[in-house]
Design a binder for this molecule. Structure first.
Ligand SMILES: [Zn+2]
Length: 77
């Protein structure tokens, strides 16, 4: 299976040089909840999430928390 971002409609999978974060097995369930919330009916397994969904200053934080924060922020816009 090719490495690509698990977020539906994310265009990063078209680039070969985008940074992907591998989802840790211990965090996979949390990630899938988040990814499925974003993907809606397009259910897919959370395997990789690309750098596009993070802010630079967030890298040191646990990834699923960052993504939840960013998604909540996006929903308010
Ligand atoms: Zn992505």
């Amino acid at each position: 299976m090719p490495r690509q971002c698990s977020v539906f409609l994310c265009t990063s999978k078209e680039w070969s040089n985008v940074q992907l974060f591998k989802v840790r097995e211990s965090e996979a369930h949390s990630w899938e909840e988040i990814v499925n919330k974003v993907n809606g009916n397009h259910k897919r397994k959370a395997t990789y999430v690309c750098v596009e969904h993070f802010r630079k200053e967030d890298y040191k934080m646990p990834t699923y928390i960052i993504m939840t924060m960013k998604m909540l922020k996006r929903n308010k816009e």
